[in-house]
Each structure stands twice: as structure tokens, then as C-alpha cells.
Design a protein around this ligand. Structure first.
Ligand code: COA
Length: 277
């Protein structure tokens, strides 16, 4: 399998820098996620994971929306009486937005360019880093039409946001902006709309200076220890550090030590060790 030339609901392109842009592409529906978008993302993320030219993966949306959440017509109402179709699309959703995204070995960035509602909080939470338009509009709107933040949304918001904020925004359905998203730990950086892309590219380039295998191990380690106690974390991290030395064919650690301790040509506190081209 390989990336296809065309996907019905997502545009994917890998630029010369090595940034893979996956753009939800249903702007006329504010990029609401229908079953086909889930099937497209499932295929795209698996392919990007194994595509060497893709170094950093950015998820964004076409038009004025990142995603208006699950497609209320196609994802919910049209499959309410079709358990087989519902199972397939629910599983595709879970597969890409949870399993594949949270297990990606490549850095993933959500570039939030506009509306972000409901079910879209799941891929947002599973991206490693988030750069947002400061005026983007976020909302846990479920209460407004009589449901709870379902799928796994309730779980991701209490894991990511301060509990009191999660309760407030889920119970009121009020919206909040990108600046507030940063304040509540849902996003890392908020910038004006006209700086959003440049800020995302700068962050992606910064990540590309690091050792890719060290980045992958860092991501895995942080995600894994969340569910471990202290003795387990010590044990796991000790083993993980040893595994990294075995896996890092560029020998970044040894080179960094040599440059810092012996040659005095590099300071680890002041940036990434220079990688060979
Ligand atoms: N599911 C299905 N269709 C959606 C959708 C969703 N989540 N969000 C937007 N759309 C559709 C609208 O039905 C409309 O379709 P139409 O042109 O066939 O009538 C189209 O997208 C444009 O939406 P519209 O509401 O006219 O755009 P807007 O710019 O005025 O408002 C939103 C944008 C995002 C504020 C508004 O569409 C909205 O509230 N969407 C629902 C968000 C939500 O509650 N999501 C949670 C789902 S889990």
C-alpha cells in the first residue's frame, strides 16, 4: 500500500521540509467527520507512519474550521439503524484518532485553524503538540442537543483539562477561544491567524533537528508512565533508556557526550546536537 493520489475527505501532501500536512477537507460541512473521513485518515496515518519522507505530521482543516466534530447526519443519524455500518465507522474513528495517532512514532502537531467541537477533541488530545489560532472557537456543545460528550471525549477532557474547566464547559456548552485553550492545557501555543502556519512550520523544523528515534522514545515514555506507579516507571524508564541506545543508529547520546565533555563544542542545554545531513 502507499499514499493515494486522492482521498475523498482529506488532502495530504508532504512538503520539501518533510512536513506531512493532512488537511480535513469538507469545508462546506466545517470538516465534520463522516465515516469516509475516518476511513481516509486511517489509511493516511498508517501510510505516513511508514513513509520516510514524512518527518512531522500536521493535522489541520480546510476553510475556517479544524473540525466541527462528528458528522451528526452521516456518522450518527444515518447509521442509527445500521449496526454494521455504525460498527465499521466507529472502529475506523477509534483506530485513527486513538490507536494510530497516540502510538505514532513521529511528532504530530494539531494546527487548529478555526472551529473545533465535540468528537474533534479526541484527535486534538492525541496529537503531541497543538498550535492554535488565538481566535479559534472550541466547544463541548453536546449538552446543547441533549447528549453527553461521548465516544471517548469525556475521558480525554478530564485527562487533559483541569477538572473544573472540563465540568464547566461540558455543562454549559459555552465556547472558548484559542488563548483560553492554552490556559487550560488543551493547546501549547496561541497565535494570530496570520502567524499560524509559520509558527507551526517553525515548531516542526525545531523537532526535525532532534534525533527522530529519541523523539519517538520520549513520546512513548511520557504516554506510558501516565498509567504507571513510581516503581513501575523507574523500571520501565531504565529499560527504555537502554533500548534507545540500542535503537539509535546515529549514536546521538555518545556523540553529544563526546562533543560536550571532550571537545567542548556543544551545550545540550542550548539546542539539539547537530545531526548529519
Ligand atoms: N455534523 C453535520 N453537519 C455539520 C456539522 C456537524 N457536526 N457541523 C456543521 N455541519 C454542516 C451544517 O449542517 C451545514 O450544512 P448545510 O450547508 O448542508 O446546511 C454546513 O455544515 C455549514 O454549517 P453552518 O452551521 O451553516 O456553518 P456556520 O459557519 O454558521 O457555523 C458551526 C459553524 C461549527 C458553529 C456550526 O455548524 C455548528 O454548531 N456545528 C455543530 C458543531 C457541534 O455541535 N459538533 C459536535 C458534534 S459531536
Amino acid at each position: 500500500m502507499a499514499l493515494r493520489e486522492h482521498y475523498e475527505c482529506v488532502v495530504v501532501e508532504i512538503d520539501d521540509d518533510g512536513i506531512a500536512w493532512a488537511t480535513f477537507n469538507r469545508p462546506e460541512k466545517r470538516n465534520a467527520m463522516n465515516p469516509q473521513l475516518h476511513y481516509d485518515m486511517e489509511h493516511i496515518l498508517i501510510e505516513l507512519e511508514t513513509e520516510p519522507s514524512a518527518k512531522v505530521i500536521v493535522l489541520t482543516g480546510a476553510g475556517n474550521s479544524w473540525s466541527a466534530g462528528m458528522d451528526l447526519r452521516e456518522y450518527f443519524r444515518e447509521t442509527d439503524n445500521d449496526p454494521e455500518a455504525q460498527y465499521k465507522s466507529f472502529m475506523a474513528n477509534k483506530h485513527w484518532s486513538w490507536d494510530i495517532l497516540s502510538n505514532s512514532r513521529k511528532p504530530t502537531i494539531a494546527m487548529v485553524n478555526g472551529y473545533l467541537f465535540g468528537g474533534a477533541f479526541v484527535p486534538l488530545a492525541n496529537c503531541d503538540l497543538v498550535v492554535t489560532d488565538e481566535d479559534a472557537i472550541y466547544g463541548l456543545s453536546e449538552i446543547n442537543w441533549g447528549i453527553i460528550p461521548g465516544g471517548i471525549v469525556s475521558k480525554v477532557i478530564v485527562d487533559k483539562m483541569p477538572f473544573r474547566n472540563a465540568m464547566f464547559y461540558s455543562m454549559t456548552g459555552r465556547t472558548f477561544d484559542g488563548k483560553k485553550a492554552v490556559e487550560m492545557n488543551l493547546a501549547d501555543i496561541a497565535v494570530p491567524a496570520d502567524k499560524l502556519r509559520a509558527e507551526t512550520i517553525a515548531l516542526a523544523r525545531e523537532l526535525m533537528e532532534k534525533s527522530p528515534v529519541a523523539l519517538a522514545f520520549t513520546k512513548q515514555a511520557l504516554r506510558a508512565v501516565v498509567n504507571m506507579d513510581v516503581p513501575q516507571s523507574y523500571e520501565y524508564l531504565m529499560t527504555k533508556i537502554q533500548a534507545l541506545q540500542f535503537m539509535d543508529k546515529e549514536k546521538t547520546r555518545a556523540r553529544g557526550m563526546e562533543e560536550f565533555l571532550d571537545n567542548k563544542t556543544y551545550r545540550p542545554g542550548l539546542g539539539a546536537v547537530k545531526r548529519e545531513e
